[in-house]
Ligand binder design. Structure first.
Ligand code: HMG
Ligand code: MG
Length: 301
């Protein structure tokens, strides 16, 4: 299969990245980061999550972040919600889109959202009803699409089952999360092929953490297999608080550099994106995890 002509990059750094930072990032820094990402051309930005602050204290200020943001026309500011309480908070914060999140592994589901996979789907039903009534689009995530940190290898058929359920619920897109970043291209493609029997490929997104350095290879394999939406985090921020040892997402800068090389349209200004990555890395007191960002900085020096 050919790679797509255009790819939609979903920037998840302000949520997936910052949810896992030990250092508290001030609200104003989050706002500046999100505004700089929008300025760089990102059209979907996951700005935070409305989850229990006891479970993920780093996201407790999401309402304040959403209120303080200067919104840019044409940009969808998305937030993660685990239940109706989260959805109501997202509505109050005027989120453009919400994302629900399930897992393909029972143990991860319990550790992450304190319920079984089937219970999580039941919890999403009222969220979907409320979102439909409010005209809010809902994205669905699936964690552990390759391996689970607690159960090991996850069967592609199990991922396909959850994906089909999220599609039936009404999600416009299903993001397939290699939560612990252990996937390799052949396994990722086998998983995508299994899911594609139940969900059209154009409704799939790939969400790779880069723990084993395989994320970019996995993303390219996904692009060659009909996926045209890629999740990434500026500067490669983050990880998942309930996936011990997992690295951050693939860096957005690295994805954009690869897309440029493939002549795939994406609408993002790499220099501005790298500057946003440098800004948040400075705030966190470390180097960006993006090899591309580091190479660009060395070249410019
Ligand atoms: P629970 O303890 O079973 O829920 O947690 P509960 O309904 O019994 O509520 C417990 C307390 O939380 C109550 O407060 C509720 O009001 C409150 P208390 O009475 O104790 O003071 N609460 C809430 N507060 C704010 N917003 C809400 C909310 N809901 C309940 N929406 C729950 C269940 C789902 C709430 C909890 O497990 C939770 O918040 N989990 C979130 C975990 C999380 O955010 N994980 C990271 C994101 S997922 C991810 O990173 C993976 C992804 O990137 C893809 C990939 O890479 O795989 C998407
Ligand atoms: Mg993630």
């Amino acid at each position: 299969m050919q790679v797509p002509k255009a790819v939609r990059v979903v920037e998840v750094g302000p949520r997936d990245g910052l949810q896992n930072e030990a250092k508290t990032v001030p609200m104003a820094t989050k706002v500046t980061l999100i505004e700089r990402l929008a300025d760089a051309g990102l059209k979907t930005i996951e700005a935070g999550s409305f989850v229990s602050p006891k479970w993920v204290p780093q996201m407790a200020d999401t309402a304040a972040v959403m209120q303080a943001l200067k919104r840019r026309a044409g940009v969808a500011y998305q937030v993660l919600v685990p239940n109706l309480k989260g959805f109501e908070a997202a509505r109050a914060a005027k989120a453009d889109e919400v994302a629900i999140f399930a897992a393909a592994s029972e143990t991860f589901s319990r550790r992450n959202i304190n319920c079984s996979i089937a219970e999580s789907i039941d919890r999403f039903l009222p969220v979907m009803d409320a979102a439909k009534a409010a005209g809010v689009r809902v994205r669905g995530y699936i964690s552990c699409v390759v391996d689970c940190p607690y159960e090991g290898a996850v069967a592609p058929a199990a991922v396909a089952d959850v994906a089909a359920r999220l599609l039936t619920l009404g999600c416009y897109e299903i993001s397939l999360g290699d939560t612990i970043g252990s996937g390799t291209p052949a396994r990722v493609v086998a998983m995508i092929d299994a899911v594609a029997h139940r969900v059209p490929r154009e409704k799939l997104a790939i969400h790779c953490h880069d723990t084993y350095g395989q994320a970019l290879a996995n993303i390219l394999a996904a692009l060659e297999n009909g996926v045209a939406t890629v999740d990434s985090s500026v500067a490669g921020l983050g990880g998942c608080p309930y996936a011990p040892g997992a690295a951050g997402n693939i860096a957005s800068e690295d994805v954009v550099y690869m897309l440029d090389g493939l002549r795939i349209e994406h609408g993002i200004d790499l220099a501005k994106l790298a500057a946003a990555g440098r800004f948040i890395s400075d705030a966190l007191g470390r180097e960006p995890a993006s090899k591309c960002a580091k190479a660009l900085a060395t070249k410019a020096a």
